[in-house]
Design a protein around this ligand. Structure first.
Ligand code: ADP
Ligand code: MG
Length: 138
């Protein structure tokens, strides 16, 4: 059964000109784009999106970074979308990520790790709803 995951191309990867190549990897690996937008998070939107991490020491820096410039947000559909996408992006720390993964190829640091990927089906739905109304999904 096909299901969805949610991704963002983070500000530093956008700034470095890596939108096209990251989308190409995603599409080549058979993820279907159901929704996509080029946008920028406000500080309060970034705080809300990452609220699960609000007590972590990196929270303020993360919010600052994620609202520092434009991002690409997208809903991706595939069989086993959440797990397959986590495998395609690699570990949170690009230095630990497997060869060929998006974070290994385009991550710069733990914070500037190129992309976000949902960690569960439940969060994929919550995160997709955060960005996309039904009429922006195809
Ligand atoms: P993931 O994005 O792999 O699901 P987490 O949900 O644990 O990782 O963390 C969310 C984001 O917070 C990470 O993608 C990264 O940008 C940032 N982050 C996580 N851990 C750290 C850390 N130790 N130092 C700085 N930033 C971090
Ligand atoms: Mg996470």
């Amino acid at each position: 059964m096909k299901n969805i995951t949610f991704t963002m191309i983070k500000p530093y990867a956008v700034e470095c000109g890596n939108i096209g190549t990251i989308l190409d990897i995603i599409i080549t690996h058979n993820f279907k784009i159901r929704a996509m937008k080029y946008t920028r998070l406000s500080r309060s939107q970034a705080e809300k999106f990452y609220s699960v991490h609000k007590d972590r020491p990196f929270f303020n820096d993360l919010v600052e970074f994620m609202s520092s410039g434009p991002i690409v947000a997208a809903i991706l559909e595939k069989e086993n979308a959440v797990n397959d996408y986590r495998e395609l992006i690699g570990s949170t720390d690009p230095a630990q990520a497997a060869e060929g993964t998006i974070r290994k190829l385009y991550g710069y640091s733990v914070q500037k790790n190129a992309v976000h990927g949902s960690d569960s089906d439940e969060n994929a739905i919550i995160e997709s709803n955060f960005f996309f109304p039904t009429f922006e999904r195809y």
